[in-house]
Design a binder for this molecule. Structure first.
Ligand SMILES: Cc1ncc(COP(=O)(O)O)c(C=O)c1O
Length: 269
């Protein structure tokens, strides 16, 4: 753990007496347990250039919510199910799956590098439709990664490595971390119009115009369903039109599907 390591480094390894950076190996014996901990102590000043990350604004709302004593409080920060008593709610289907897995006594071996095959297949079937010809023709590649954030980070790294000149288009507004993820991966992005405050609806004309105006071959990030944060989605006809424009411009659509499966938008439980 970096922090215990740092405090240890400060006490035992805090630099050489001439004030220049030092590096040494020390052995620290814990008296009570008899365990021995060995650590490489590097002068703590080497970490001085690492700034403290800013607090996460979304999780900050959860903290403020906990601290608030009002009976009427509602937490609109994190998109997760809660019971009437405001406790985390685990979906019945998840409980059932966990029970089944326990009964089957699954092992904990490493998965293949592309992930758990049954999960990948179920994902493609769910998103594209099991009888979609592209699946039958073997034209679908599916990789499992850690969470939505991890998948987006992987996609960003892929774009940065193989399409270094391409830009990503994201909706305005969008889930806050989209910008952070592409910034961290050094992928340039710009926004397309999405929300129209006048109609409290989709600015479809603006969206199409911005996607049309983007450099050919851009990556267009779309929310599969239940757009975060507006909750506004294109109609089936608008999706058709979007597909035409994206194809014309040789753009690459890619979908962040955060809320399809749990039916967040329709409240399926
Ligand atoms: C649109 C969108 N994408 C990605 C994520 C992150 O997903 P995960 O929590 O699985 O990393 C969220 C979660 O809030 C989201 O709303």
């Amino acid at each position: 753990n970096l922090f215990s390591f740092l405090s240890w480094a400060q006490v035992f390894g805090g630099g050489r007496s001439d004030g220049r950076a030092g590096c040494r190996v020390g052995i620290l014996a814990r008296k009570n347990t008899g365990h021995i901990t060995m650590a490489l102590a590097v002068d703590a000043s080497r970490f001085e250039g690492v700034p403290m990350a800013p607090p996460d604004p979304i999780l900050g709302v959860s903290e403020a919510f906990k601290a608030d004593t009002s009976d009427l409080k509602l937490n609109l920060g994190v998109g997760a199910y809660r019971t009437e008593e405001l406790q985390p709610a685990v979906l019945n289907v998840v409980k059932k799956a966990e029970k089944l897995m326990l009964e089957k006594g699954e092992n904990k071996e490493y998965l293949p590098i592309e992930g758990f095959a049954a999960f990948n297949k179920a994902t493609a079937d769910l998103l594209l439709g099991a009888d979609n010809p592209v699946i039958k023709q073997g034209r679908v590649a599916t990789l499992q990664s850690l969470s939505g954030t991890g998948s987006l980070r992987l996609a960003a790294a892929f774009i940065q490595r193989y399409f270094p000149d391409a830009k990503v288009l994201i909706s305005s507004p969008t889930w806050g971390n989209h910008k952070n993820i592409f910034n961290d991966a050094r992928v340039p992005w710009s926004e397309y119009r999405y929300y129209d405050p006048k109609t409290v609806g989709l600015d479809f004309e603006g969206m199409i115009a911005d996607i049309q105006a983007a450099p050919e071959g851009s990556f267009v990030l779309l929310h599969g369903c239940a757009h975060n944060p507006t909750g506004i989605d294109p109609t089936p006809e608008q999706w058709e039109k979007l597909a035409d424009v994206i194809e014309e411009k040789k753009h690459m659509p890619f979908f962040d599907v955060a809320y399809q499966v749990n039916g967040f938008r329709v409240g399926f439980y």
